[in-house]
Design a protein around this ligand. Structure first.
Ligand SMILES: NC(=O)C1=CN([C@@H]2O[C@H](COP(=O)(O)OP(=O)(O)OC[C@H]3O[C@@H](n4cnc5c(N)ncnc54)[C@H](O)[C@@H]3O)[C@@H](O)[C@H]2O)C=CC1
Ligand SMILES: O=C(O)CCC(=O)C(=O)O
Length: 526
């Protein structure tokens, strides 16, 4: 009998399949204290949560039989994914079930914000009749800037268009074709920030998106802009938002989510320009049924060793395959991540070429690792299982090819990412006894260990450039671990790859940009 523990409120109808399964015992215990959760998790085979339960590394460590953690919703930031992965526990979510509800909630916030509906209602309940104080603004012909045009962002765009808003969107994976299909104007982050009468965020919360909207960014907005966050607390710096409202840059803000939930004595909630809901984006009968049905089915599949689809972490690979491919997996992922960091624009094609020993293997798992690396630069919940699906949904063409020519290496793997603006590639190999190496970047031969903080510098092959780079970094107390130069002809185009002992800051990059004959600098982390 599989023991399924449910620790957050889930729709009864949604979990019917679990309740009726003859091989499952369902235990529903909501509002558990952290200590109670540690006790309950010990014997559970599956854990089902929404966003309230914090599935920490400590909770995961206590689990003895746990095979799956299921998130009835999208964001998995309340689950320690790496602790689960390390323990071989599959984490699944329900990515589609609450999209419409969250888009509709965001739209409700958009209208409420524009017409002061919550403030006016509150005032009316106090016995007031302040018609002049609550004059609003129309949505018609206003610009809505959407940061993150994924599932929810796209649905919001459709609704805003029907209200005749001009929709501008920034998303690193937005292709020209998708923008045309949705009738939105594709923009850079800076453009979207500068033109929006309304700015709304719909990205996941990741290291890259934490405080994406910060003090500097508020300064670049149109005075009188209205801000919305129905994605995750932390994407917008709350202190900076408070200041921007008081400075008059931001005319109003609508928040469904907070850095700390529930918020305690929050300064933003004292401002009349701020309207808020207690993380209600997905709180509809329909969404809760959808996500509960989706995760119940996934949990049953996993407990019964049947195929499942929405894993957000890496499940164990069969032993024999693992043994052969394991040495190449990290190389494949790092090449994907490397090239993703050098590309400009949204990817339209990822081509993976296998040669030498690799050409004889079933390389599908390696292709997944390449895609995981390439896509995870911008997407937080992409993994080995869902990477091909993520690519497909974004209209990225995946080409997997094998060739006999391996340029003298016993094994050779090349990743090329094409966008509307550029085509970038890197090739790597595993050197016997020495480990992974990047051996080619675009057309330049090179020999680089793919690891840590790196700088890729494109320059003209001229005397003194290398020395000046070393000196500039040294002046900023940045130690260079290794330096490799690749060129095709003497005095022609060249590249320099440096591994540095600490992350490069804007100041470091600006110092390097000033050196003559340097054309571009790309900061890379592997
Ligand atoms: N308030 C609520 O109750 C709910 C909140 N959410 C939140 O909404 C988020 C988005 O959900 P979906 O649209 O379903 O996810 P999605 O994965 O379909 O879309 C996220 C989009 O953000 C883009 N993105 C990533 N980094 C970016 C960056 N730095 N700048 C611009 N775009 C970036 C991605 O390319 C992707 O297209 C979830 O991660 C979750 O945290 C989701 C459901 C309910
Ligand atoms: O369970 C909920 O209501 C929260 C939904 C959410 O934030 C998500 O799906 O990411």
């Amino acid at each position: 009998m599989h023991k399924v523990l449910i620790t957050d409120p889930l729709s009864d109808h949604g979990i019917e399949k679990l309740l009726q399964a003859p091989d499952v015992e369902v235990i529903r215990k909501t509002n558990l204290s952290p200590d109670e959760l540690l006790l309950e998790i010990e014997s559970a085979d599956a854990l089902l949560v929404r966003s309230q339960t914090k599935v920490t590394a400590e909770v995961i460590a206590k689990a003895v039989n746990l095979k799956v953690i299921a998130r009835a919703g999208v964001g998995v930031d309340n689950i320690d994914i790496s602790a689960a992965t390390e323990k071989g526990i599959i984490v699944v979510n329900a990515p589609d079930g609450n999209t419409i509800s969250t888009a509709e909630h965001t739209f409700a916030m958009l209208i409420s914000l524009s017409r002061n509906i919550p403030q006016a209602y509150h005032s009316l309940l106090q016995g007031e009749w302040k018609r002049k104080e609550y004059v609003g603004v129309e949505l018609n012909r206003k610009t809505l800037s959407i940061i993150g045009l994924g599932r929810i962002g796209s649905e919001l765009a459709k609704r805003a268009k029907s209200f005749r808003m001009d929709v501008v969107a920034f998303d690193p994976y937005l292709t020209d074709q998708r923008a045309v299909e949705l009738g939105v104007q594709k923009a850079t982050f800076e453009e979207a920030i500068a033109v929006g009468d309304y700015i709304t965020v719909h990205t996941p919360l990741t290291k890259a998106t934490r405080h994406l909207i910060n003090r500097d960014i508020f300064q670049q907005m149109k005075p009188g802009v209205r801000i919305m966050n129905c994605a995750r607390g932390g994407i917008i710096d709350e202190e900076a938002l408070y200041e921007a409202i008081n400075e008059g840059i931001v005319a109003g803000a609508a928040l469904d989510v907070f850095e700390e939930e529930p918020p305690k004595n929050h300064p933003l909630l004292t401002l009349p320009q701020v309207i808020a809901t207690p993380h209600l984006g997905a709180s509809t009968v329909e969404a809760q049924e959808n996500v509960a049905i989706d995760v119940s089915e996934e949990v049953l599949h996993i407990l019964r060793n049947e195929p499942f689809k929405n894993a957000v972490n890496l499940p164990p690979i069969p032993a024999e395959l693992q043994q052969t491919l394991q040495p190449y997996q990290s190389l494949a992922e790092k090449l994907g991540l490397f090239v993703a960091q050098t590309q400009k624009g949204a990817p339209t094609q990822i081509k993976i070429t296998y040669a030498g020993d690799l050409a004889d293997l079933d390389v599908a798992p390696l292709t997944r690792m390449v895609l995981k690396g390439a896509l995870s630069h911008h997407l937080s919940d992409v993994n080995y299982i869902n990477a091909p699906d993520f690519a497909k949904r974004r209209g990225i063409q995946i080409i997997e090819q094998k060739q006999s020519k391996s340029y003298g290496f016993t094994n050779y793997l090349q990743v090329q990412i094409e966008t509307n603006e550029s085509k970038q590639s890197a090739a790597g190999t595993l050197l016997n006894g020495l480990g992974a190496r990047i051996v080619k970047i675009n057309e330049y031969p090179i020999d680089v260990v793919p690891e840590g903080h790196m700088l890729l510098i494109k320059h003209q092959d001229q005397p003194g450039v290398i020395g000046k780079v070393g000196t500039a970094l040294g002046d900023h107390n940045v130690n260079v671990g290794t330096m490799q130069v690749g060129r095709q002809t003497i005095g022609g185009q060249a590249i320099m790859m440096l591994s540095i002992d600490k992350p490069a800051t804007q100041e470091h990059l600006q110092a390097l940009e000033k050196i003559s004959f340097i054309q571009s600098i790309t900061d890379i982390v592997l």
